[in-house]
Design a protein around this ligand. Structure first.
Ligand SMILES: [Fe+2]
Length: 448
């Protein structure tokens, strides 16, 4: 109740400030959003308790490591996000089982496929997780399907010999090329619900023993509960964000495709920056995933701009433009209000990237943007990426007041904006990879 009270207090203040009836509509939707998140957090706490109760006490195989194992399981369930949980496993499982890489593939499409979703390496395994990330593999008739359905732990102690004489699989080639020589595949399920498979991999042959398998079997249910909780919260968060983002787009006369296209353009820009730019260390696979996920919320604050301004066909007056600029601040406020409540409840930050994108996506590299007139790298990288994606998609799209510009004309405008509107490093990688941008532009183009 306290969460709702604080939110409505915020909404009332916003409504007073903007004097807009649509705020009430936005407030109802936003309140539903907060309620769902509060429910997710309650589930998080419940699962934490459940996991603590289901701690396996049969740790005889761990040779006096019982206390370490119990503390490890308790801490596993304290991790607030999927990547934090995986990071914790990578940091803490080493005394019990050897590995150089841990990857997670999650069940998709009602258990018919697996998607390589997260991975973490000590640096000796090259090209993972990037080589596998977000690739989906059909499970039908594969040994992985068997592992998942039967709950069997698979140990491969010589991957090169294992793949000989078997049908060639792309993922086997990728992990062999990366340097993996042994692996344990541990299925993750809760009762009959299949979550996915976690892979512990080593660059050495013949490294895994029955002791390692026993340890992993002991912690499997705790890993599954921890991951399931985070998948649930992530999915809930994502659908709530999309509902709000679509509301903002709908008011602007958009169909909602714009926000999805922006996510795809941002993802491509992140890949290009990671391949060759001074930002490559900042653009981790997780950062890319989060920008794709959070970029659709960049214009959420438009719910706070009056129709008379938002939908005005002609040029805005100075005062109207000032009001329009407020969508950046208003969007950040809505998300901060939500984040404050979530932080209050759980101590975790969910909206950090969304807030910086909403607040800064109209800032310009030369300091002439709004709302603050930030310059260069004062503007968060995420917002600099979204700025390019947003403008490029606006130029190439049909709007009620304009026809779309061609790919070449739009790219020319982006290139002309290098160093003034846009970060020159982002424009450089786009210019150098024009063909890849063109390919994506064609795949996203709606038939006219
Ligand atoms: Fe905007």
């Amino acid at each position: 109740m306290q969460v709702l009270f604080r939110f409505f207090k915020f909404s009332a203040a916003a409504a007073h400030r903007y004097g807009n009836g649509l705020i009430a509509y936005a407030a109802v939707l936003s309140a539903a959003f907060i309620i769902l998140l509060a429910a997710a957090i309650r589930l998080y706490r419940k699962n934490k308790t459940l996991a603590a109760k289901s701690n396996p006490r049969d740790t005889s195989s761990t040779n006096g490591k019982t206390e370490g194992l119990i503390s490890l399981i308790e801490n596993l369930n304290k991790n607030a996000s999927f990547s934090e949980a995986l990071g914790f496993i990578f940091k803490s499982f080493a005394p019990f089982v050897p590995y150089n890489y841990i990857g997670v593939a999650l069940v998709k499409n009602g258990s018919s496929s697996l998607e390589a979703s997260f991975g973490i390496s000590d640096g000796t395994i090259k090209g993972l997780p990037e080589g596998l990330m977000n690739k989906q593999y059909n499970l039908s008739g594969t040994s992985l399907e068997n592992i998942l359905k039967t709950g069997t732990v698979r140990v491969i102690n010589d991957l090169k010999s294992y793949v000989k004489g078997r049908p060639a699989k792309e993922y086997n080639n990728i992990i062999l090329k990366a340097g993996v020589r042994s692996s344990i595949s541990l299925p993750l399920s809760i009762n009959d619900k299949h979550i996915g498979i976690i892979f512990f991999s080593s660059n050495q042959k013949n490294i895994y023993t029955d002791e390692h398998v026993k340890f992993l079997k002991a912690v499997a249910s705790s890993i599954a509960i921890s991951f399931d909780k985070n998948i649930f919260v992530n999915n809930l968060l994502y659908s709530s964000i999309l509902a709000l983002a679509k509301l903002a787009e709908a008011r602007d006369g958009e169909t909602g495709d714009h926000i999805f296209r922006i996510g795809s353009y941002c993802e491509l820009i992140c890949h290009l920056l990671r391949e060759d730019s001074k930002y490559k260390d900042a653009i981790t696979p997780e950062y890319t995933f989060n920008i794709k996920r959070f970029s659709p919320m960049h214009d959420i604050g438009k719910v706070g701009v009056r129709d008379a301004v938002l939908l005005k066909p002609g040029k805005l007056t100075e005062a109207e433009f000032e009001e329009m600029k407020q969508h950046t601040i208003y969007g950040a406020k809505v998300l901060r209000a939500a984040e404050d409540n979530i932080l209050y409840e759980s101590g975790r930050s969910l909206f950090g990237l969304g807030i910086e994108i909403a607040e800064n996506h109209h800032e310009k590299w030369d300091g002439t943007g709004y709302p603050y007139g930030k310059k260069g790298e004062e503007i968060p990288l995420s917002a600099r990426i979204v700025a390019v994606a947003d403008v490029f998609d606006a130029l190439t799209s049909k709007r009620p007041y304009k026809e779309p510009l061609s790919f070449d004309e739009s790219l020319k405008i982006i290139i002309e904006g290098s160093g003034s509107h846009f970060d020159p490093e982002i424009v450089r990688v786009i210019k150098q990879n024009k063909d890849r941008l063109f390919e994506l532009y064609n795949s996203l183009k709606t038939p006219s």
